[in-house]
Design a protein around this ligand. Structure first.
Ligand code: MG
Length: 446
């Protein structure tokens, strides 16, 4: 429940308001008080947690700025804009309605690092310092987060060029916070906008993860409306999914590939992503004389590395793109603007752009086990996979001529993830089986 990215749980079960208030107070103490920005997605539980967060923060001497319902990336930007000490995003992100979570934001707009979350946890385990009655701060409302975010994104793209194309765009807001920002962005970019599930009430019309199986309604509407493309956000809009003018639902990692290709075509430089993201990104980067740096899985690792290495673009294969000119945060809204700019500049259709990307097949498996010695000893692995290259940064990644296998422990569930990728589905399946047999089974026998 207390994971690498914050506190999460099920409403009415383990994520109770007392716990939320306690963690918020501990976070306030961790920050050394001062101004803290709070926002949430649209989930029906958002008010209950919002007031608990306020109570906790005020009790430890913080001043609170309430952004109301607001995409997580807009909140991250507001933390910096207001020069706040930090922020709390109340969002279950891509998880179903029964989930909710707190994500803690540092003064620089990044999420807390895992070691900082451990410090907050330690404060909750000791006696939290509360302030006396005469030092309790106030909650003030600020409704400028979305406008501020839009302004920043619009400054990145060639607005006039996009406007001349008069794109017809379907936006599936998934009844989440993205419904409050992306339709407005599209209008400003001269698009004819068809809104689907854009009432921000938090009763999600479909599971709020922009993966292909949840984009079927969007695909049908794009086709029946004869639209140029369709976008779908998760509940807090740090991710986006894509549908082409033909109604084809693109794999999630195409978002990062398309945005990276567009950005690299303007400016070569380093691309950063995690170890489980497609090899297609390396092929693409090589075409532009650029390189890819890989981190542990988790957007915070990608964001930190991007900032340190001054990357030009980065993100994860789940539709979460990080655009440094906006901020070091996954931003599904910035991705929308850049993809439209890519389309307008090339005069191409989305399906044509998608077809120009390097093709690979990925197989993802999730096995419910807790392995013993993991990863298995390096000598053993080197013997099993002769001639392979290895990375031990996050579990083990084995890079072979025909593709790669990544076997890692999940940070959020008691499962082992086996991800493999190759040029053909058969090869990817065969690599996945090798991951099971030669890596996972051995760690179970230990
Ligand atoms: Mg999200």
């Amino acid at each position: 429940m207390i994971g690498a990215s914050g506190l999460r749980g099920i409403v009415g079960e383990d994520l109770n308001p007392e716990l939320v208030a306690k963690f918020s107070a501990a976070f306030g103490q961790f920050l050394g008080n001062g101004l803290v920005v709070v926002g949430s997605d649209t989930r029906p539980s958002n008010q209950m947690y919002r007031y608990a967060v306020f109570a906790g923060l005020l009790s430890s001497g913080c001043e609170v700025v309430d952004l109301g319902i607001c995409p997580t990336p807009s909140l991250q930007l507001m933390v910096r804009n207001l020069e706040a000490k930090g922020g709390i995003a109340i969002t279950g992100s891509h998880n179903p309605s029964e989930w909710n979570a707190l994500k803690f934001v540092r003064p620089d707009g990044l999420f807390l690092y895992p070691e900082e979350i451990r410090q907050v946890v330690r404060i909750t385990e000791s006696k939290i310092k509360r302030v006396s009655w005469d030092r309790i701060g106030k909650v003030r409302r600020d409704d400028s987060a979305i406008e501020n975010h839009l302004k920043k994104i619009l400054s990145l793209v060639d607005q006039q060029e996009i406007q001349t194309r008069h794109f017809k765009v379907v936006i599936d807001g998934c009844n989440g916070a993205g419904a409050l920002i992306t339709p407005g962005l599209l209008q400003k970019l001269g698009c004819e906008v068809i809104e689907v599930n854009c009432e921000p009430h938090g009763y999600f019309a479909h599971p709020p993860e922009p993966i292909p199986s949840n984009l079927r309604e969007l695909s049908q509407i794009v086709k029946s409306e004869g639209a140029d493309l369709g976008f779908s956000h998760d509940a807090d809009a740090d991710r986006v999914g894509l549908v082409t003018e033909k109604g084809d639902i693109l794999p999630e990692d195409y978002v990062l590939l398309l945005v990276a290709k567009f950005v690299l075509s303007k400016r070569k430089g380093l691309v950063v992503t995690n170890l489980s993201t497609t090899q297609a990104l390396d092929d693409l980067a090589a075409d532009f004389d650029s390189r890819v740096r890989r981190t542990k899985v988790g957007d915070i690792y990608v964001a930190r590395c991007m900032r340190k290495e001054k990357a030009v673009i980065g993100g994860e294969g789940n539709g979460g793109v990080i655009v440094p000119e906006v901020h070091y945060a996954r931003d599904g809204i910035a991705a929308v603007a850049l993809i439209l700019n890519y389309l307008s500049e090339t005069g191409s259709s989305l399906s044509l752009l998608a077809r120009s990307l390097p093709r690979y097949y990925m197989v993802k498996r999730k096995v419910k086990v807790t392995p013993g010695r993991f990863p298995p000893p390096r000598e053993y692995l080197k013997e099993q996979f002769r001639g392979a290259k290895f990375s031990f940064l996050d579990g083990v990644k084995i890079i072979l001529k025909e593709g790669w296998i990544h076997v890692r422990l999940s940070g959020t569930e008691p499962v082992v993830r086996i991800i493999s990728e190759a040029r053909t589905r058969e090869e990817a399946e065969s690599l996945s089986r090798m991951g099971m047999e030669k890596v996972l089974k051995v760690s179970l026998e230990n």
